[in-house]
Design a protein around this ligand. Structure first.
Ligand SMILES: Nc1ncnc2c1ncn2[C@@H]1O[C@H](COP(=O)(O)OP(=O)(O)O)[C@@H](O)[C@H]1O
Ligand SMILES: [Mg+2]
Length: 281
């Protein structure tokens, strides 16, 4: 469990990126932060692995204040996947994946073997191992980024708009893959996006943010859809809808999530609005 307690981040130039932010992020689930550009998503994410330190307040991981932990060690124990994949262009795929294990002193042979296994995990052909990132498609590069994030076998995987730069078809493949990975590997995934459909698709818990990291609403996709907290949330859900915008329909057998074309996108467990359902592929 990750817990933010009244966290504020003011950058040296005076920008208050995040103000008085409190939230519990449950373990072994996917929590998605969604909000417009500049609302503080990246700042919040980076405070979890101490790439950014809060100006005030505290963050605990499993009951331990991370302010007392060594930042480099913490960073290397938490997976981090960036938007542009962040791959090193002059290093082969396999060496990119093995970057942190090598830094931690894992022997080269062993690190390579682990990296090859991770390529299987994220659905990348091992034949790409000795290529350079520029020789891969955008979607393949993102898979390498995910493999690298998993290379230290972290309990926590942070993902900052990881699929933002790839085309929609590849993106939906990657989203499905992530749901499968989360199910198989049982990680605590903290995911950032500005796309509400992506948030509802991936999130067990969705956190809709306003400027300054203020929480507009937090809940399961079903809870938010069934009962938007205010006009801001209602607008955000409405205005940001893509083609598979989800909504709830009541049927004889219960509430279901359906997309704009009327296709079922998932079922709701329990009754609305106390539902804990999520969209399943
Ligand atoms: N290093 C920095 N120095 C000063 N201001 C920053 C810095 N990083 C981010 N900001 C500002 O903090 C606010 C939140 O930024 P960010 O966390 O990157 O938001 P998001 O990821 O939601 O787009 C923005 O106003 C941004 O300009
Ligand atoms: Mg950002």
């Amino acid at each position: 469990m990750i817990e933010f307690r009244s966290v504020t981040k003011q950058y040296p130039d005076g920008t208050r990126a995040v103000e008085d932010f409190s939230l519990v992020i449950p373990s072994r689930k996917t929590t998605v932060f969604v909000g417009s550009s500049g609302c503080g998503k990246t700042t919040i994410l980076r405070m979890i692995n101490r790439m950014v330190d809060p100006s005030s307040g505290s963050i605990q991981i499993d009951g331990k204040d991370i302010g007392g932990l060594e930042p480099v060690a913490l960073r290397r124990s938490i997976g981090y996947v960036m938007q542009n994949s962040g791959l090193l262009p002059h290093r082969k795929v396999v060496d990119n994946i093995a970057t942190v294990p090598l830094l931690k002193g894992v022997k080269k042979r062993e690190a390579r073997l682990q990296a090859l296994e991770l390529m299987d995990t994220v659905g990348l052909d091992r034949a790409f191992a000795d290529r350079y990132p520029s020789q891969l498609s955008g979607g393949q590069q993102q898979r390498v980024g995910v493999a690298r994030g998993l290379a230290v076998d972290p309990n926590i995987l942070l993902m900052d708009e990881p699929f933002g730069a790839v085309d929609p078809l590849v993106r939906s493949d990657l989203q499905e893959e992530l749901i499968r990975l989360q199910r198989d590997l049982d990680k605590t995934v903290v995911f950032v996006t500005h796309d509400i459909d992506e948030a509802f698709y991936l999130g067990d818990q969705v956190v809709i943010l306003k400027k300054g990291g203020h929480i507009a609403q937090v809940g399961s996709p079903a809870e938010i859809l069934a009962d938007p907290a205010d006009d801001f949330v209602a607008d955000f859900i409405g205005a940001n809808r893509g083609k598979r915008a989800l909504h709830i329909e009541e049927t004889a057998t219960g509430s279901i999530l359906v997309d704009d074309d009327g296709r079922p996108a998932g079922t709701l467990t329990g009754s609305v609005p106390a539902a804990g359902g999520r969209a399943q592929p």
